[in-house]
Design a binder for this molecule. Structure first.
Ligand SMILES: [Zn+2]
Length: 339
């Protein structure tokens, strides 16, 4: 019934498995035939799976990126095809299914695999009535037809103690399987062969149970877990540094646009270089005290004036004149102290 053979692996009982390690803060994701995954859990490390990855904890929630429209289109051509009327969009949509299958996103990949698996099963054993397949597709695609991450954020904000209080019936509709590894910790894998929604619920329950929350990193956009909520948190030191540099760059850019900020920067550096030279000179303490005090006074007075400008822009030119005078002030002081 299907002439185009897409580059999607044909499976019989494909499952999605996830192991969460709260201590190492990692998630281990496996996709493959159930029998292969069970063998892997029994310690046969050479069993080949269709997908396996260990990543930072929290990433998977982000992978529930909604693609409702794409799925509706793919579903429509597959359903048409089992009734014998091949849609003119068949090739295009099969191409889209292949794209999902080869994506880096394991949620999208599993969804594509499962749709293809169920479609083929139906072609072999089903009737021309596509109603049953429609229901199966409904279950498979539900997790990607709404925005989970937005929901999660809202739940956490509304009720920090019990974010899962808002789960509706759809979330609780499907079962989940638990399989245990033969390793010394009897690692617990949550497994589904249909809807990914119970995987999301299992995942969130473990995260909240460990006193953590799902956060989105403002620097890289990835989701991760943190013990804090309601404050800006980064997924890594690297992202914190990147954001720090970015904020500085944005500040500098703004400063470049404002002449008085530029004048301040120049005068500040003028002071700073002179004071630094003195610090390196091993001066008598009374001289150094006078210089440091003058530097502090300059800085304090400068920020007071800057604050005032934010309320009254007309004070900016007065501030710029003051900054020019301040250049002479440090030179005068150093002259008086015979430095
Ligand atoms: Zn990040």
């Amino acid at each position: 019934m299907f002439s185009t053979d897409p580059g999607i692996q044909t499976t019989e009982n494909c499952v999605f498995a996830v192991l969460l390690d709260m201590r190492k803060k990692t998630e281990n994701i496996l996709i493959g035939e159930l029998k292969d995954i069970k063998r892997r859990l029994d310690g046969f490390s050479d069993v080949k799976l269709l997908y396996e990855k260990t990543r930072d904890l929290g990433r998977l929630i982000m992978d529930f990126t909604p693609i409702a429209e794409d799925l509706t289109n793919i579903r429509a051509v597959l359903l048409d095809s089992v009734t014998g009327s091949r849609s003119p969009y068949y090739d295009r949509e099969i191409g889209n299914l292949e794209r999902l299958y080869s994506s880096d996103n394991p949620i999208h990949r599993f969804t594509a695999l499962l749709m293809w698996q169920e479609y083929q099963r139906y072609c072999l054993f089903g009737t021309k009535d596509s109603g049953a397949l429609f229901d199966v597709f409904d279950d498979i695609t539900l997790a990607l037809r709404f925005n989970l991450i937005d929901n999660v954020k809202n739940w956490q904000e509304q009720n920090r103690k019990s974010p899962l209080a808002y789960l509706d019936n759809d979330f609780r509709k499907y079962p989940i399987l638990l399989y245990y590894g033969s390793d010394k910790n009897a690692s617990e894998y949550a497994v589904t062969d249909k809807s990914l929604l119970p995987i999301a619920v299992y995942y969130l329950k473990q995260v909240y149970g460990s006193g953590r929350y799902i956060q989105t990193c403002p620097a890289c956009g990835n989701s991760f877990v943190a013990k804090t909520i309601g404050m800006t948190t980064f997924c890594s030191d690297k992202c914190r540094r990147v954001q720090g540099k970015e904020s500085k760059r944005r500040f500098d850019e703004r400063a470049r646009e404002i002449p008085y900020e530029r004048a301040y920067k120049n005068t500040y550096m003028y002071w700073y270089n002179k004071v630094k030279k003195c610090r390196d000179m091993d001066l008598p303490p009374y001289k150094m005290d006078k210089i440091e005090t003058a530097f502090t006074t300059f800085s304090k007075e400068s920020s007071k004036r800057k604050k005032a400008i934010r309320k009254d822009k007309d004070l900016a030119s007065e501030y710029e004149t003051w900054l020019l005078v301040q250049r002479d002030a440090i030179d005068d002081l150093l002259g008086k102290l015979k430095i």
